[in-house]
Write a protein that binds this ligand. Structure first.
Ligand code: NAG
Ligand code: NAG
Length: 296
């Protein structure tokens, strides 16, 4: 009893050393797609080199929604517990969030919601599939503590370059996916920033790229990854390329905001907050964070 109570006090002390708004990410971003969104930067022969560039370091203003739906301090590899059957490395998410914060230090706490799974084709993301349902579930869980979904960041399509039939049907499936996500999140204007392919698992990369670049949806922006350096596997972009991509995504996102402020009116949660749950998990992330910084 006593040790437990003591533990609780320690957690409370940790939790109270942070400003209250840090308990609720204001600005939520969904990260989805396949391996280059999950992050394979620095992964060679199935092992991650563990190198985290300065642009991808943790920051107390960047949280991530863990696989068990708790907000924790975000750190690489962001998808480690999501794309859990694969070796994850550096993806674009941390560089994106750090770039947004460095361009706009008053932006507020960012909550990243990783959902990407390596090797998945566009059909596996269609409405009603398990990946689609998990994305919705995680997006809704992310809103339980308040905040607004600011954008969906999407990098996928490498798996759809293997047959011409798959590449030819890509555009229609992608458009449906984007529209369905907006509809099911009740956010018809949800900004979407997609990445046009740098590489593919098959020969039909140009067809998929044309499909991506040819989509004409409101509030959809495309960042082109073509030409970014690849790992020796020829499929995955490198750590430095992920840093560049994250920064391009951030610049594109900030351009979407009139006068640099989020004035979007998407989804707000009306559900009660899961405070107790959160403080415990947050306490854990603070303890982890102490390994990186001294907190006042
Ligand atoms: C990991 O592999 C197991 C067993 O094959 C499977 O049930 C599970 O869905 C996989 N998880 C992910 C995230 O792919
Ligand atoms: C964390 O982000 C804030 C902006 O919100 C910035 O002022 C600060 O320097 C960053 N800290 C680190 C360690 O990068």
């Amino acid at each position: 009893m006593l040790p437990l109570f003591f533990h609780f006090l320690v957690l409370l002390a940790h939790a109270s050393s942070v400003r209250p708004q840090q308990l609720q990410p204001k600005n939520i971003f969904i990260l989805a797609g396949q391996s280059n969104m999950a992050g394979r930067g620095g992964v060679v022969n199935g092992a991650w080199d563990g190198i985290v560039p300065p642009q991808c370091q943790p920051n107390h203003s960047i949280l991530r929604l863990s696989a068990n739906l708790a907000w924790v301090l975000a750190q690489e590899p962001l998808h480690a517990d999501i794309d859990a059957n694969k070796t994850n490395g550096v993806g674009p998410g941390m560089a994106f969030a750090n770039a947004v914060l460095s361009k706009d230090p008053t932006f507020g706490v960012i909550g990243l919601v990783p959902c990407a799974i390596g090797g998945t084709s566009i059909s596996e993301w269609g409405r009603g599939t398990s990946l689609y349902k998990r994305l919705l579930r995680r997006a809704q869980a992310a809103l339980q503590d308040g905040g607004t979904i600011q954008a969906l960041l999407w990098y996928q399509g490498e798996a759809d370059t293997v047959t011409k039939a798959a590449a030819d049907s890509y555009q229609a499936k992608l458009e449906s996916f984007f529209s369905d996500v907006r509809e099911d999140l009740k956010s018809p204007m949800l900004p979407i920033i997609q990445v046009a392919l740098a590489s593919g698992s098959g020969h039909f990369v140009d067809i998929v790229r044309e499909a991506q670049l040819g989509i004409d949806l409101l509030d959809l922006r495309t960042v082109d990854a073509k030409g970014l350096p690849l790992e020796p596997d020829g499929l995955h972009i490198t750590t430095q390329a992920q840093v560049q991509l994250g920064q391009m995504l951030a610049a594109t996102f900030l351009q979407l905001l009139p006068s640099g402020r989020p004035i979007l009116s998407p989804i707000h949660s009306s559900a009660p907050r899961r405070c107790s749950n959160f403080v415990l998990d947050f306490g854990r992330s603070i303890i982890k964070m102490n390994q990186h910084y001294t907190i006042r």
